[in-house]
Design a protein around this ligand. Sequence first.
Ligand SMILES: [Zn+2]
Length: 478
Amino acid sequence: MTDIRFHNTLSGKVEAFVPQQAGEVKMYTCGPTVYDYAHIGNYRTFVFQDILRRFLKLRGFRLNHVMNLTDVDDRIIAKSSAAGLSIREYTEKYAQAFFEDCRTLSIEAPEHWIRATEHIDEMVKLIETLQKKSFTYVSDGSIYYRIAKFPEYGKLSKIDVGGMQAGARVDMDQYEKESARDFALWKAPKPGEHFWETEIGTGRPGWHIECSAMAMKYLGETLDIHTGGIDLAFPHHENEIAQSEGATGKPFVRYWMHAEHLLVEGEKMSKSLGNFFTLRDLFAKGYKPSALRFALASVPYRKQLNFTFDGLTQATNSVERLRNFADRLKAGKFAEGNVAGMAERVAAAAKEFDEGLSDDLNTARALAAVFDLVRDVNIAMDKGEFKQGEVAAVREFLAAFDKVFAVLEDSDGVKLKALGYGGDSGPGDAEIEKLVAARQAARQRKDFAESDRIRKELADRGIILEDSRDGSVRWKRK
Ligand SMILES: [Zn+2]
């Protein structure tokens, strides 16, 4: 099999991927900050890391994957205080919404889904270690990381810290590259804010220490892969490296993988431009979860993704085409035997699919291999040249595709209904199959009035029938 190669932000190069322990991948993903609903830009990153973990699993790796929920940071502290709620009361709604969104987008649960507020002890211990090694100082009751003590600071985001003023500090969790400063590990509480009583004082953790402490608790001092959106590379991931490597003296992460930004119709997404979408905004407009997943997955993660409604419609059609093909393969009655060259054709598609994903997760290349094969097999079927002997290999290829892309199962209606969209999702599969069989029987006895009536009844309820040349019938929901 082809070597897997990933782009490593740390080296700036595409490198062969070899985990520390054969067969196992220790991976960490910065999860959402649960102060509001996550938006489609966030889900671009979450779908990317899902494709990554699914591909690694398809390749036979055992995953040990951690994703955190940041349920304490500046924004959460401010919003929960303003609402007069505890942090847990305030964040729970958005944490649950995130889990629902992940299920809806078929994003697999990682091996560990963890919350920052349940790991305050680990953060305190890590800060104590940094204190012992003189990486910290106290100012106005807060504890800061002294970045001058870590000469490699800037190695991930390639910022130049040369002209920096020693001792300049920043309290905010998020800040621009231009203000690279000593950052807060532990913040003294302001009046009215939530705080914890700990050995290092009263207060609350900074955002960056959360991920260092949690990643190392579950995965050890050195991770194989750390993923996130590119906007997290500075300051968040830079600070994670400074904290973790300062404390352990060992490399923190071997491969840093960052997903590029998402634009909406060519513009940066923002609430003021009116182009800011959560998943729920799109479902309310009638778009399907599978189409959104496909649209987010189909652009390779290191390319900017220009999200457009035309693109989403195309994604809807692409998923439809694949599902129709899978149905045709399942329902078709093909002549016994084999087609010369078809086994080789399927094997070549499977190889190209794997090589595409091995090539720094080039999803566009992998999908091209799938659609090329679908086109070729559809043509062979149209000509009556496709034979039963090839069915198993093509189905196996589709199954491998779907282990990574996860769009073939027609569960959109059920998922949307679970979220309260779409209202009546129409008749169930069993009822449809029954009506389709009744119509087939009517046609066989040449009762065309009855067969037309059933076709119309199904159409009125949102079910489209497609009669194929071999006499079989396929149905799908509109
Ligand atoms: Zn993080």
